[in-house]
Design a protein around this ligand. Structure first.
Ligand code: SF4
Length: 352
């Protein structure tokens, strides 16, 4: 590890940081990941919510998955906790009346495949589905039906991916997405980044990840060193939807990333019953700023099958944005956007 990163990392690392529940968090991310909860029943029991068993899907197709770090931020006994609602499989997900007008390919990912795992939608950047794995399964995930088995990146596809990028010299930014790209361990990530670094026209590596929020132990010294030593400008887009997701441990990890030279942005999804009110969104923006992370996008929900119970209207979204503008400086108001399949960029929403 380079001296500067080691110094930064250690100086920001409290010896016994606890979360709001008073538990000492994991320091070994692989262990925490392998112990993640997959049983809906166990989750309800653990959170003293077994009386709500009739509202949940005990065996969902898109399985339940949640880390200990995330569970510890959920308030026991509160079925409407905004973090719980993001990861709890409900029977609503299978209600055809609620899931009307939804799709299994809501943003045209399949049509944008340029090589195995590589999506090329927009000028100047391409996105690599680096893995299909995540540390949590967010119920609103727009890739919950993505055919990862056939269409995610694998080391066998590396040659094709590099050839495509080599022949498209206008691509200056590669986005690592998934799944969650930080599920790849430091060794795999280093191999991938080293290969991408051989392409001189690529300047920026953007990493879309929810792990700083749901598995903060993943931000370890090895990762900080890897990001610090890369020739790329590194942008990390985290994905927090609610201020309760960012507590002391997560804040500390984000500050470490910031000190390492990573540009930190956040994208949120507007979710009914979770963050669809102005005070919640304002609190999130303020919390992010204290973590040196700027709010970048607030997305309207992608109409994915199984997630339509989270949908709000563009009218509500615009009114929330207006309220944020009245209370926050411009740099803390995220752009309200929607992804429309086939469009050349995200579509900003200014009016209905
Ligand atoms: S972490 Fe991202 S890719 Fe994984 S389930 Fe959540 S939203 Fe989907």
């Amino acid at each position: 590890m380079s001296q500067s990163v080691e110094f930064i990392s250690n100086s920001l690392k409290p010896e016994h940081t606890t979360n709001s529940s008073g538990n000492i968090p994991y320091f070994d991310w692989k262990k925490e990941l392998s112990n993640a909860t997959t049983s809906v029943n166990a989750l309800l029991h653990r959170l003293k919510l077994s009386q709500h068993i009739n509202a949940v899907d005990l065996k969902p197709d898109f399985t339940c998955l949640v880390t200990e770090s995330y569970i510890n931020k959920i308030i026991p006994g509160d079925f409407h906790d905004p973090l719980l609602q993001q990861i709890l499989p409900l029977k609503n997900e299978n209600d055809s009346a609620i899931q009307i007008n939804s799709s299994t390919n809501p943003v045209g990912d399949i049509e944008a495949l340029a090589a195995q795992g590589l999506l090329h939608k927009y000028h100047g950047r391409a996105l690599l589905i680096s893995t299909g794995a995540c540390a949590v399964h967010c119920r609103y995930c727009f890739r919950r039906h993505y055919p990862y088995q056939q269409s995610a990146f694998s080391s066998k596809a590396l040659g094709d991916v590099l050839n495509y990028l080599e022949s498209h010299r206008e691509i200056e930014e590669v986005i690592l997405s998934g799944g969650d790209p930080l599920i790849l361990d430091n060794e795999k990530l280093a191999r991938l980044i080293t290969q991408l670094e051989t392409l001189n026209h690529i300047q920026t590596l953007r990493i879309h990840t929810r792990l700083p929020v749901v598995l903060p132990s993943r931000i370890d010294d090895g990762l900080l060193d890897l990001l610090h030593s890369s020739r790329f400008d590194i942008v990390m887009v985290i994905h927090a939807n609610h201020a309760n997701e960012i507590q002391d441990v997560e804040q500390n990890k984000l500050l470490q990333l910031n000190h390492t030279g990573v540009t930190l942005l956040n994208q949120s999804v507007l979710l009914k019953g979770i963050n669809d009110n102005a005070d919640t969104l304002i609190a999130l923006s303020k919390k992010l700023f204290r973590c040196k992370t700027l709010p970048y996008y607030l997305h309207l929900l992608d109409p994915v099958k199984g997630a339509m119970h989270f949908e709000t209207t563009a009218e509500i979204a615009l009114s929330l944005k207006q309220k944020m503008e009245q209370k926050l400086p411009g740099y803390l108001v995220p752009r309200l956007v929607q992804e429309i399949a086939g469009n050349q960029s995200k579509t900003a929403i200014f009016s209905i």
